[in-house]
Write a protein that binds this ligand. Structure first.
Ligand code: ATP
Ligand code: MG
Length: 198
């Protein structure tokens, strides 16, 4: 599961756990983007901080892990490079799924080499409140659709944007993310400094 994770929140964790259970996944690897090519409309928190929050949030689930692969790779983060590296690691017979929200999979059309990506892995598109899952059928190519599984997950109507706004306004993040993550954000004043929100 890739993402900016700025910060990681309950929506990510619920989606990942549902995918793990429903697809009987041995592991769910959370890969924070290094330099996300799609997210330039606000100052993204340094990768190391976002990675540390992913480590904290995933610590209590033995099947979850945090990966440094994108943050340690120079240049922009392209999913196709990441999935190729994971494929090389897992071998040709391993089932590999890219978990994304319904909104993010639609962006795949604009990603680098989407068809190549679909050769290396399948997609699990999880439902997300406010995102119309039916758009997939209309907007994804036949080839991508054939490689995509839609997964209905309990709706968690929150986003990192919302958490950044709350933190910036001194609001509570309690129960919207892991307590350890909320404490980390507070300790490092991540979203409360000048020019940090939203
Ligand atoms: P931002 O508000 O900064 O865009 P975000 O909450 O969308 O943050 P991302 O890091 O952009 O979080 O998302 C990573 C992945 O998790 C994407 O595939 C996204 O669709 C999915 N996702 C994020 N929030 C939810 C949610 N509440 N329910 C289901 N999927 C989610
Ligand atoms: Mg997003």
């Amino acid at each position: 599961m890739g993402g900016t994770f700025d910060p990681i929140h309950l929506g990510h964790l619920v989606a990942a756990e549902e995918a793990r259970v429903r697809f009987d996944l041995a592991r769910v690897i959370f890969v924070p983007n290094g330099r996300p090519p799609h997210k330039k409309d606000y100052p993204v928190t340094p990768a190391e901080r976002r990675y540390e929050m992913v480590v904290l949030a995933t610590a209590s689930n033995p099947a979850f892990e945090a990966s440094r692969m994108e943050i340690d790779r120079p240049g922009p983060s392209y999913a196709v490079d990441t999935v190729r590296a994971l494929r090389a690691d897992a071998g040709p017979d391993a089932a590999l799924y890219f978990i994304t929200g319904a909104d993010a999979i639609l962006e795949i059309l604009t990603w680098r080499q989407p068809e190549k990506l679909a050769e290396e892995c399948e997609f699990i598109a999880v439902t997300r409140p406010g995102c119309d899952i039916n758009r997939l059928e209309h907007e994804l190519s036949e080839r991508l659709l054939a490689r995509t599984h839609v997964l209905r997950v309990p709706g968690v109507d929150i986003s990192s944007t919302e958490l950044r706004k709350r933190a910036g306004a001194g609001g509570s993040l309690r129960y919207l993310t892991q307590e350890s993550v909320a404490r980390y954000i507070e300790a490092h004043r991540l979203y409360s400094g000048e020019g940090r929100a939203p």
